[in-house]
Design a protein around this ligand. Structure first.
Ligand SMILES: *Cc1c(COP(=O)(O)O)cnc(C)c1O
Length: 509
């Protein structure tokens, strides 16, 4: 959370508020022979390194330990982070992850556990996984869960394969279509295609809900199921979710819930109660684990009774019930008609420990509060920005809402300019240009942990930027002004990624 004093009016030029210079680079700090380590005298005979491992042309800096520490700490301070400021990308990318979860994942008994250790020597890890399976089943209202998938997208893939396997087992191979709303995350159609099924896209109506008439039209005995995000990616709870579920079930299809937005449902509604048959969680979104930058994820799938036999495996099972003093004996087993393995060993175990720690520290009421506060914060900001930014859907939102970053009175201003200008106010940009069906989309998700003061500071920055867009648009066009790196060419930056802090001589922009 930002202190009031820290959010000052940004300056307009680079010179007035120069960020700490990137120079000198670590390459310039060294001197021949300077070293950062002092090793004891060797007490074994020296052996020459193999020639093919020595690269004489590598120009490595020779620096002291302190030079190295200062270099890397300085670099780390050039980044915006959730620990230093507001981050409206929310649970989707960077919600605040309580530090205790990190401590738990680093406990040597967990961090150093070897996946090939005999189950008899891994009972603690298996107990944790079993309990997490049970909790994820309970939170969703489903009958069971598998912790195998390594990401949300892989959870989707598992769920669609399970739906397909179910239809095949029932002698209905003709069910090859998956219905996906046009507001869906790109992974939904991609998953469907990877599973060898066909995507049937249906439009959203003017309220941001699935177009029910279209849904009726596409339903038939070739439909395997429907994949839908709740609340949907436009930030709203589907008004007719019960009817949608009934229409799909009515034609023999199954319902898949993309659970990436569970931050808006925990302890308040259970996907199984809404009629869903299978879903995934993004543990790295809802249940802690930093994942910006593509770190490891975890996308467990939960399913109702009829899909349990198809879960990816192995899953953790109780081999012998405990009694009084003796804990149960846990083991690993493959569900009967499992779609198979998706991941080496037992999933991304470190993520499982973090999620376990997160859920157990919050408890049932705490999880409900997470959702209540996340939804309250998003609606508070939405209400305060109403009338300042165009909003395609004027209705209560879930844990996020979408507005549009453009105005008739501010020609040439785009959502991207607003995002870049936010950086000058010490705020990370929100999701830009997604969902695809909203022009100049800004998808704003504050999350549950932000205080009212922090939400207010964000709103005030957004209001100021809306004024600037009309009175001094160049401030937005040239933004950011106060960051170590100014406006980058996003396309070039993606195509010609430079990961070295030293500009290479042959690199031309
Ligand atoms: C993030 C997200 C996904 C994909 O999850 P990954 O863990 O990134 O693979 C799918 N659907 C929605 C709605 C998401 O937000």
């Amino acid at each position: 959370m930002m202190g009031t004093a820290e959010m000052t009016q940004p300056t307009t030029t680079q010179a007035e508020s120069a960020p700490p210079p990137l120079e000198p680079l670590i390459y310039d700090l060294g001197a021949p022979g300077r070293t950062g380590v002092s090793l004891p005298k060797t007490d074994v005979p020296e052996a020459p390194l193999p020639d093919d491992l020595l690269r004489a042309e590598l120009d490595l800096p020779e620096v002291s330990e302190l030079d190295t520490v200062r270099h890397f700490v300085r670099l780390s301070q050039l980044n915006h982070s959730i620990d230093t400021g507001f981050y409206p990308l929310g649970s989707c990318t960077m919600k605040y992850n309580p530090k205790i979860n990190e401590d738990m994942a680093r406990l040597p008994g967990f961090a150093l556990a070897h996946p090939l250790q005999d189950p008899s020597a891994s009972q603690g890890a298996l107990a944790l996984m079993y309990t997490l399976q049970q909790w994820l089943a309970e939170i969703s209202g489903m009958a069971g869960a598998s912790l195998q998938p390594a990401a949300g997208a892989q959870g989707e893939f598992a769920g669609i394969l399970m739906i397909r396997a179910y239809h095949l087992a029932n002698g209905e191979p003709q069910r090859t279509k998956i219905i996906v709303p046009d507001s869906a995350h790109g992974t939904n159609p991609a998953t469907t295609a990877m599973a060898g099924l066909q995507v049937v896209e249906i439009p959203s109506d003017a309220n941001g809900d699935v177009d029910l008439d279209r849904l009726h039209e596409v339903c038939g005995d070739d439909v395997a199921g429907m994949m839908i995000t709740v609340p949907n990616t436009l930030g709203v709870y589907e008004t007719n979710i019960k009817q949608i579920v009934d229409v799909i079930h009515g034609c023999g299809g199954l319902m898949y819930m993309d659970g990436a937005n569970m931050n808006a449902m925990l302890g308040v509604a259970k996907p199984a109660d809404l009629g869903f048959d299978v879903m995934h969680y993004n543990l790295h979104k809802t249940f802690s684990t930093p994942h910006g930058g593509g770190g490891p994820g975890s996308g467990p799938v939960a399913a109702t009774e009829k899909l349990l036999p198809f879960l990816p495996g192995p899953i953790v099972v109780v081999l012998e019930e405990g009694d009084g003093d003796a804990p149960p004996l846990y083991g690993l087993a493959m569900p009967e008609q499992s779609i198979g393995r998706l991941k080496a060993f037992w999933g991304n175990f470190g993520m499982l420990v973090r999620a376990f720690a997160y859920i157990s520290t919050y408890g049932a009421q705490g999880l409900r509060d997470v959702t209540n506060h996340a939804v309250l914060n998003a609606n508070y900001i939405r209400a305060r920005l109403k009338g300042v930014y165009p909003m395609p859907f004027d209705r209560i939102c879930g844990h996020e809402f979408v507005c549009e970053g453009h105005w008739k009175e501010a020609e040439g201003i785009h959502a991207l300019d607003i995002s870049k200008r936010l950086m000058d106010y010490g705020i990370h940009p929100p999701t830009n240009y997604f969902p695809l069906i909203v022009p100049e989309a800004l998808l704003i998700e504050p999350t549950e942990t932000e205080s009212k003061e922090a939400c207010d500071q964000f709103v005030e920055a957004m209001i100021k930027i809306a004024e600037e867009a009309k009175t001094s648009p160049e401030l937005l066009h040239d933004a950011p002004h106060t960051t170590p790196v100014g406006r980058v060419d996003d396309v070039l930056a993606a195509k010609q990624l430079v990961l070295c802090c030293r500009v290479l001589p042959d690199y031309e922009t």
